[in-house]
Design a protein around this ligand. Structure first.
Ligand code: MN
Ligand code: MN
Length: 290
């Protein structure tokens, strides 16, 4: 784990060496040990950084430049391959330190289970938090083949921890019938298939609230983001996801952190998935870090 230490490896474009003066910290979680289908998201963080070099540092959407948002790329947390439980503990420790230092944690996955320890740490600091979850999948399973530590479970765990009525899932188009029943009966807010329109309804109700936002790249249609382990036909465009990011940027939400997960570069020889993800990272830095 690197904080002040000069890190000479692959870093996100325009990131600054100085941890102390940074408002946001990018960190990678190279973990894909619990995925139900195709592995490979452990290589997501590194490749998102590498292709970020092709990005402009200026956003014409937000009329803001990355030099206006001091952020530090801490590299990847050195997770022990194959040990999910210890990896989650290490992520919790790392994010806990960022939150104690009043940094905006911007995590790169990795599989979606990495969001679970982050949500736990964020909840300790912001007990009145809400969660916005943008994904093709409900991720509401109690367990997968008997295993509660699975990338199909983090939102179920979050509902138990922070209260289902504080959880907002958008873009969902895949899950077991039981997951959709849980969504209905638990009081959580699940919006199927679409992201932008439901977000317009939700944002005014969350004004002033601390909100953590987790984005699973597979919410995009596989034509826009084939580089993911569990691709689901029928998704949104990259333009729609950008619009969602900008709606949140212009809202009264207090965004307290975010992650982008499930980028698996090996399934996308065109690299569009990781190139899109790196643009979302830029827009999140410019739009959500106040
Ligand atoms: Mn997911
Ligand atoms: Mn998903």
């Amino acid at each position: 784990m690197r904080f002040d230490e000069a890190y000479s490896g692959n870093i996100f474009i325009a990131s600054q060496q100085n941890y102390a003066e940074s408002k946001a910290v990018i960190y990678g979680m190279p973990m894909d040990f619990t995925v139900s289908f195709r592995p490979g998201s452990r290589f997501g963080p590194a490749r998102i950084r590498e292709v970020s070099l092709g990005l402009e540092e200026y956003s014409p959407y937000l009329d803001r430049h990355l030099e206006e948002v001091p952020f530090h790329d801490a590299g990847d947390i050195p997770l022990p391959f194959g040990n999910a439980a210890r990896s989650l503990d290490m992520i919790a420790d790392f994010v806990g330190k960022l939150l104690a230092d009043d940094k905006f944690p911007l995590g790169l996955g990795g599989e979606h289970l990495v969001s679970w320890p982050i949500i736990q740490e964020v909840y300790k600091k912001y007990p009145d938090m809400a969660l916005i979850h943008i994904d093709a999948h409900a991720d509401l399973r109690e367990q997968y083949e008997g295993e509660p530590l699975s990338h199909s479970t983090p939102i179920r765990k979050a509902c138990h921890l922070i209260g289902a009525p504080n959880v907002y899932s958008l873009g969902i188009r895949s899950g077991m019938r039981e997951e959709f029943q849980f969504a209905k009966e638990s009081g959580m807010h699940m919006h199927k298939f679409e992201v932008v329109e439901p977000l317009k309804q939700i944002l005014p109700t969350l004004a002033g609230r601390p909100v953590y936002i987790t984005i699973d790249i597979d919410v995009l249609d596989p034509s826009a983001a084939p580089g993911t382990g569990t691709a689901e036909a029928g998704g949104i465009t990259s333009k729609e996801l950008l619009e969602a990011i900008h709606l949140i940027a212009r809202s009264d939400l207090q965004v307290i952190g975010a992650d982008i997960v499930e980028v698996a570069p090996a399934y996308d020889p065109t690299e569009q998935t990781q190139i899109a993800a790196s643009k979302f990272v830029r827009e999140i830095l410019l739009g959500w870090v106040k």
